[in-house]
Design a protein around this ligand. Structure first.
Ligand SMILES: O=C1O[C@H](COP(=O)(O)O)[C@@H](O)[C@H](O)[C@H]1O
Length: 269
């Protein structure tokens, strides 16, 4: 049984007994947001990440979701991508295509992946331009407090070092305030060349979900969520900088990932 969602200053915490249970809760959450967004705006603009997240979304290809989700209204983006060919094992696009997109009736022209024939810098610029065009036509909504796109949902994973998308600790990319999409060529995790949504874009979304599993990430989860004293002790932990301005933040955790969380202990006292 899942622990009931716990509401903290750092968003809602949903801690699950098993990956099976987490995965069911995650796909229910995505399906609910899709339905609400299609009802409200006629479309659902969702940004994916790579890594373990995609496997946890696999149930979307099965009953009931395969029939109940309005796939034709989905517009797919990537919060980060590795600058490799689309058929490369490191490609986040390939991961999502093989594990999800090829198994559901998505409209191919609604899948917005990066141009893999360009340099990292050019690919980031072009991806930003593509998003700008879709904001103009309101396929992607716009924030009412900044000029940023307001995705209906941005799905993030988190690395053991606390990175989200391709925003790494202590990296100058965390300071980027102007661009919507930027690039790095020195990722501490291979491959080195990546494009990534910037923090202003992530924090302008209507909904952000961070999906984290495994004991190896427990310390990073603690630092990202718990009240660890002055926030400026951790100025460059990317997962702590995920703070949607007006949107909703939900953490999907399994018990090992949540094992060092003080916020949970406090909520049960
Ligand atoms: O490199 C990346 O890593 C993170 C975390 O991946 P995980 O396998 O530890 O869940 C992922 O969210 C990001 O999209 C990816 O490019």
């Amino acid at each position: 049984m899942a622990l009931p969602g716990v509401h903290t200053d750092r968003g809602e915490l949903r801690v699950h007994e098993s990956l099976e249970e987490l995965s069911t809760d995650l796909v229910d959450y995505i399906a609910e947001l899709s339905e609400a967004s299609v009802k409200d705006r006629g479309v659902f603009a969702i940004a994916l990440s790579g890594g373990s997240l995609i496997g946890l979304m696999g149930k979307l290809c099965e009953a009931p979701y395969i029939k109940t989700v309005d796939w034709a209204k989905w517009y797919i983006f990537w919060a980060d991508e590795r600058v490799v060919a689309k058929n490369h094992a490191d490609s986040n696009y390939k991961l999502a295509k093989d594990g999800l997109l090829s198994k559901v009736p998505i409209v191919p022209s609604h899948v917005h992946s990066i141009n893999d024939s360009l340099s990292a810098e050019e690919a980031a610029d072009e991806y930003g331009f593509v998003i700008r065009q879709l904001v103009k036509t309101r396929m992607v909504s716009v924030s009412d407090i900044s000029d940023c796109p307001k995705f209906d949902l941005i799905l993030l994973g988190m690395g053991t070092d606390g990175h989200v998308a391709s925003l790494f600790p202590d990296h100058s990319v965390l300071e980027e305030k102007e661009e919507w999409v930027t690039f790095i060529t020195d990722s501490p995790k291979t491959p080195p060349e990546r494009i990534t949504f910037t923090l202003p874009v992530i924090n302008s979304a209507s909904n952000v979900a961070v999906v984290v599993t495994g004991e190896s990430k427990a310390e990073a989860v603690h630092l990202a969520i718990d009240d660890v004293g002055a926030d400026d002790c951790l100025p460059s932990l990317p997962s702590r900088l995920v703070q949607p301005t007006k949107g909703k933040l939900v953490w999907f955790l399994d018990k090992p990932a949540a094992s060092k969380l003080k916020s949970l202990e406090l909520s049960s006292e």
